[in-house]
Design a protein around this ligand. Structure first.
Ligand code: ATP
Ligand code: MG
Length: 451
């Protein structure tokens, strides 16, 4: 007889006392601690749960802290003046301390028993309206064992109902319950498996990875807005290159980025190099604490398809500008059926792509016009990535790099009389960039700087 974790009434509990784990209150945010203590003092159970516990056990510094409690949302609301209830189907409380928000969720039942809430399919997920449960039920409705650990504020122990602690030690991701069932309930869990494995440097247990081939297509029913959020966590959180490789290896990339998967499948090694470099640069920026923009990265991921489509149409006689525009529109429209990239980002992506052919036009007027374009910087960074495509594009990148370092007049003089044809084969030779001359302060027009 086999019972899976979901049907087992009370999973075995292991309590890991304070002396036997590394979680210290020093690494828990003040706001989270206040919420935990206040709930506890009011007589409720209060636990830190989910990613924060997992990351603390691994020595990481979690950004957000989630709290689980047996207090209902209304009770939480009464206890914290600085709280608001959110969520339509499943209500949660957000307790707000300045910029920090602590999410407080009431233990949720698995809802396997009849008559305790209606099942709904929302965005391809099976959900129920508010069904409160016990902590055991709350544990087994979570996705991975490592995500179902509870840090108990009353005695600083960790409660483990599903074997999560051992998985943390073995650096492995097991789903709770039957993998195929859990993916059918929520296909995005497949992407979460890949994302967490990439982020934590864990392996995905064989049983958890086995259904990917068969159930990957269910991702087509996932809400595109949710997949957008997931894609940011996959690619813009510092482990993008690893996520990308794992998505490819697991065969899941094609459900999120069909055009990217298609273009790479054509065996375009230059494109692969471009995508990998783009992801590596993004990871490096995240590591340095610099800002990263989704638009640039999505432009990188989809470039191969846009370029190939544009070239196909140009060969068929479509006017180049129109061909590029049509290719961009087409690829964006297809992509947004899967991953809902907000308009403000797709606009930037389209601009970055549209500016690429303009780098090949190095006549004087056009050069200055392009440099003044608000997207010049992003488009130029993109051109540098494209160095992988051909030696002539690498040279073009170097030309523009150099051109930007020249003083305006020097560049203007070098470009004067140049009649380089579009196609970029004959960029005018540029003089060596000089050190910028120091301007005499305010000597020009009568601009008077207040002293
Ligand atoms: P991250 O480090 O990216 O924040 P996380 O595990 O905290 O990882 P969240 O999306 O913040 O991910 O979710 C918090 C917790 O909620 C998870 O640890 C898990 O216990 C539970 N959870 C999240 N998504 C699901 C899901 N799709 N199915 C079941 N449980 C989930
Ligand atoms: Mg989290």
């Amino acid at each position: 007889m086999s019972h899976d974790a979901r049907t087992t009434a009370t999973p075995a509990l292991r309590i890991i006392p304070r002396e036997q784990h590394v979680i210290s209150r020093k690494n828990i945010s003040k706001a989270a601690l206040r919420v935990l203590y206040r709930l506890n003092e009011a007589g409720y159970q209060a636990y830190l749960v989910g990613g924060a516990v997992r990351d603390l056990l691994l020595g990481g510094h979690p950004k957000d802290f989630d709290v689980a409690t047996n207090a209902t949302p209304d009770e939480v609301k009464k206890l914290f003046r600085n709280s608001r209830l959110i969520g339509r189907r499943f209500r949660l409380a957000h307790v707000v301390y300045g910029p920090e928000i602590i999410e407080v969720a009431t233990f949720r039942g698995t809802g396997e028993e009849e008559g305790d809430g209606d099942r709904h399919i929302v965005d391809g997920r099976i959900v129920r309206d508010n069904v409160w449960g016990s902590i055991e039920e709350d544990a087994i409705r979570r996705d991975f064992r490592v995500n179902a650990l509870y840090y108990d504020i009353s005695d600083f122990s960790v409660r483990d109902y599903v074997g999560g602690m051992q998985d943390v030690e073995n650096r492995v991701l097991h789903l709770i319950g039957d993998p195929a069932t859990r993916y059918r309930e929520d296909p995005v869990r497949m992407l979460r498996a890949v994302r967490l494995a990439a982020k934590l440097n864990f392996r995905i247990d064989a049983a958890a990875a086995a259904p990917f081939d068969e159930l990957g297509p269910l991702l087509a029913d996932a809400a595109p807005a949710r997949l957008f959020d997931e894609s940011l966590k996959l690619f813009l959180a510092g482990h993008g290159l690893k996520s990308f490789h794992m998505l490819e290896q697991t065969g899941l990339l094609k459900y999120m980025f069909p055009a990217t998967a298609r273009a790479l499948k054509r065996g375009d090694e230059a494109l692969r190099a471009l995508v990998e470099q783009g992801l590596a640069n993004t990871d490096a920026r995240v590591a340095e604490g610099k800002s990263v923009t989704p638009a640039f990265l999505f432009a990188v991921l989809l470039w191969g398809e846009v370029r190939d489509l544009a070239h196909t149409w140009i060969t068929k006689g479509v006017e180049p500008n129109a061909a590029w525009e049509r290719a961009a529109t087409h690829v964006v429209a297809e992509q947004c059926q899967r991953v809902a990239i907000p308009r403000r980002f797709t606009l930037t992506m389209e601009e970055i792509w549209a500016l690429q052919p303009r780098f090949e036009q190095v006549q004087r007027k056009r050069v200055f016009r392009l440099m003044a374009h608000p997207r010049f910087r992003a488009a130029f960074d993109f051109l540098l990535l494209r160095a992988a495509e051909s030696p002539s594009i690498r040279e073009l990148g170097q030309w523009w790099e150099h051109a930007q370092q020249l003083p305006h007049e020097t560049l203007a003089a070098a470009l004067a009389g140049s009649s380089a044809a579009p196609g970029g084969s004959a960029e005018p030779a540029l003089p060596k960039p000089r050190k910028r001359r120091r301007r005499k302060p305010a000597s020009k027009a009568g601009k008077s700087d207040p002293a």
